[in-house]
Design a protein around this ligand. Structure first.
Ligand SMILES: [Zn+2]
Length: 128
């Protein structure tokens, strides 16, 4: 059996098909589940190694290891940097402000309808 140095914790371990020792492998497996869930719950977040490590309070090297080992290939588009990302961000902000406008526009007539109704009710008899 070949001995390898774990790329994460530098421990010597017996190679069993991975580049990390069993302890790190298990930690990465658990972290991957967290990252995947986090990305699923925050689909609009501009996720990168740094923001993921901050959000999940995980070691940035562990997140990077997940990326390097291809765990997050399907979940994370790390290559989309620069202009494209800025445009996406702008589009997201635009969408968000649209949604805010929509929700306040939806709430406004509802509020006035209620007060109008209350006014009608309380004024009933006095003005008519
Ligand atoms: Zn290790």
């Amino acid at each position: 059996m070949a001995l390898l140095t774990c790329r994460l914790c530098r421990k010597i371990f017996t190679a069993a098909g991975g580049r990390t020792c069993p302890a790190c492998k298990q930690r990465l497996d658990e972290l991957y589940v967290k990252v995947r869930d986090f990305l699923r719950d925050n689909p609009k977040l501009e996720a990168n190694v740094e923001s993921l490590s901050t959000s999940l309070e995980a070691d940035i090297r562990d997140i990077q290891a997940l990326v390097d080992m291809g765990y997050l290939d399907r979940d994370l588009k790390l290559d989309s940097a620069g202009e494209e990302t800025d445009r996406q961000k702008l589009a997201l902000e635009f969408e968000r402000s649209l949604n805010e406008m929509k929700s306040s526009a939806a709430a406004a007539p509802q509020r006035s309808a209620v007060s109008y109704g209350q006014q009608l009710y309380s004024d009933k008899g006095r003005r008519r």
